[in-house]
Design a protein around this ligand. Structure first.
Ligand SMILES: Cc1ncc(COP(=O)(O)O)c(C=O)c1O
Length: 374
C-alpha cells in the first residue's frame, strides 16, 4: 500500500487535452484561472503560481528583502527548504524547538530565539495543522518581524476559523504529489499586499517589469523591461490545467482526509505505545503522523515490519539542525533541539489517500499494533 496517491480522473485529462490543443502551454490563461480559483478558496487577494513551494519560499524571502546579516527563525522540525529560503538570500536561519504535541514551533522557544538581527519568522503549518499564529503574529508585531507562512502541507487548513496563507505577510503552498492537491510539481505564493505580489510576479518572470512582451497590440514586437534580478519560476499552463481540475475536487478531498484521519485516531486510540496526532477542527491531515513511544531503533523496527507487510511509511520529517548542511555550517550540536530530534526519531507517517478503504485502514492499524507490541 502506498503512503499516498493523487486522485485524477477525466476532468484533469480533458483540461490538459484542451490546453495542448490550444497550443498555449507556458504560463498563460489557465494559470491565471488556477490562481483566481486558489485565491478565492483561500480568501486572499493575490495567489501566484510557481514551480514548487521551495520556489515560493525563495520568492517570499526575496520579496521581503531578507539579506545577509538578517536572522530568520525556523522550526527545527520541518522540511529542509523551510530553512533554505533564508540561505538562498544570504540570511541565517536560526532554529527554534517545536511543541511535540503539535509538531509545530513552540512559541516560548520562538520568543527566546529573537535577537536584534531577527527579521522574519517562517511559520510552518506542519502536516496540515496550523502553527500557533496568534502567538507568532503577536511576537512579529512586537519585534517588527515579517512572517512567511510555510503552508506547503496546508492547502485548506484553518487556524481559529481563518484560512492559513494570508495570516502572515506571504504564504507558500506546495502542489507536490504528496500534498492534498497536486500539479505534479508546483507551488503557490499568497499575499494580501499588492506591492509584494508585484515584486513576486516580476522575480518569478526573469525580473520583468512593465507590460508583458507583445501586450501593446499596436506594437506587437514590444519587449518587457527588466528592472529586477529574476528567475524563471513560472508554472506551465499544462500543470495549471491539472490544478484547476484538482481545485474542483478540493473540498471533497479535504473531507475524506479528515474522515480517514479521525477514524485512524479512533482505531489506534486503544493501542498502548502509539501516540496519535492532536486534532483540531482546522487540521487537514496532509500527513497522518503518529509517534511510537521508545527510540529510533524501535521506530525503525516497526517501519521495517510494516514494509514487510507491504505498507509504505515514512518518518514525519527532518530535525533540520542535524542535517549535514546546517550541522556543519553553524556547528549545531545534535542534542540542541531535543523535541525536534525526538520527533524525527519516533514519528511514523501512515498511508492516507482518497479512496482508502476501511479494509486497507484496518490492515494498517492491525500491522502497526502488532509491530509495536512485538
Ligand atoms: C513544510 C514544507 N516546506 C516546504 C516543502 C517543499 O515543497 P516543494 O516540494 O513543493 O518544494 C515541503 C515539502 O514536502 C514541506 O513539507
Amino acid at each position: 500500500m502506498n503512503i499516498t496517491e493523487p486522485l485524477f480522473d477525466d476532468a484533469e485529462i480533458e483540461l490538459v487535452r484542451r490546453c495542448l490543443q490550444s497550443k498555449w502551454v507556458t504560463q498563460g490563461p489557465l494559470t491565471a484561472e488556477f490562481e483566481r480559483s486558489f485565491a478565492a478558496r483561500h480568501d486572499v487577494r493575490h495567489a501566484l503560481a510557481t514551480t514548487s513551494c521551495t520556489a515560493a519560499l525563495h520568492l517570499a524571502a526575496i520579496a521581503l528583502r531578507l539579506q545577509p546579516g538578517d536572522e530568520v527563525i525556523v522550526p527545527a522540525f520541518t522540511w529542509v527548504t523551510s530553512a533554505h529560503c533564508a540561505e538562498y538570500v544570504g540570511a541565517r536561519p536560526v532554529f527554534a524547538d517545536i511543541d511535540l504535541s503539535t509538531f509545530n514551533i513552540d512559541p516560548n522557544r520562538l520568543a527566546e530565539a529573537i535577537t536584534p538581527r531577527t527579521r522574519a519568522i517562517v511559520a510552518v503549518h506542519l502536516f496540515g495543522k496550523a502553527a500557533p499564529m496568534d502567538e507568532i503574529t503577536a511576537l512579529a508585531r512586537q519585534h517588527r518581524l515579517s512572517v512567511i507562512e510555510d503552508a506547503a502541507c496546508a492547502v485548506g487548513t484553518r487556524y481559529r476559523g481563518r484560512l492559513v496563507g494570508a495570516i502572515g505577510d506571504v504564504g507558500c503552498f506546495s502542489l507536490h504529489p504528496r500534498k492534498v492537491i497536486t500539479t505534479g510539481e508546483g507551488g503557490m505564493v499568497t499575499t494580501n499586499s499588492a506591492a509584494l505580489a508585484a515584486l513576486i510576479k516580476s522575480v518569478r518572470n526573469h525580473g520583468s517589469t512593465g507590460p508583458a512582451a507583445g501586450a501593446d497590440p499596436t506594437r506587437p514586437y514590444s519587449m518587457s523591461t527588466f528592472d529586477n534580478l529574476g528567475f524563471n519560476l513560472r508554472l506551465s499552463d499544462i500543470q495549471s490545467a491539472v490544478g484547476i481540475a484538482q481545485m474542483a475536487k478540493l473540498n471533497g478531498l479535504l473531507d475524506e482526509r479528515r474522515r480517514i484521519a479521525l477514524s485512524y485516531t479512533a482505531l489506534l486510540g486503544s493501542h498502548r505505545g502509539i501516540i496519535c496526532p492532536l486534532d483540531d477542527e482546522g487540521h487537514t491531515y496532509q500527513s497522518y503522523v503518529t509517534r511510537v513511544e521508545g527510540g529510533r531503533e524501535l521506530r525503525n523496527r516497526v517501519m521495517d515490519r510494516l514494509a514487510a507487510a507491504e505498507i509504505q511509511t515514512r518518518p514525519g520529517t527532518h530535525a533540520v539542525h542535524r542535517l549535514g548542511y546546517y550541522a556543519n555550517k553553524y556547528s549545531i550540536p545534535a542534542d540542541r533541539f531535543p523535541n525536534a530530534a525526538l520527533a524525527e526519531d519516533t514519528t511514523i507517517t501512515l498511508p492516507i489517500f482518497p479512496g482508502m478503504t476501511e479494509q486497507q485502514q484496518a490492515a494498517v492499524v492491525e500491522a502497526l499494533g502488532t509491530a509495536v507490541r512485538s
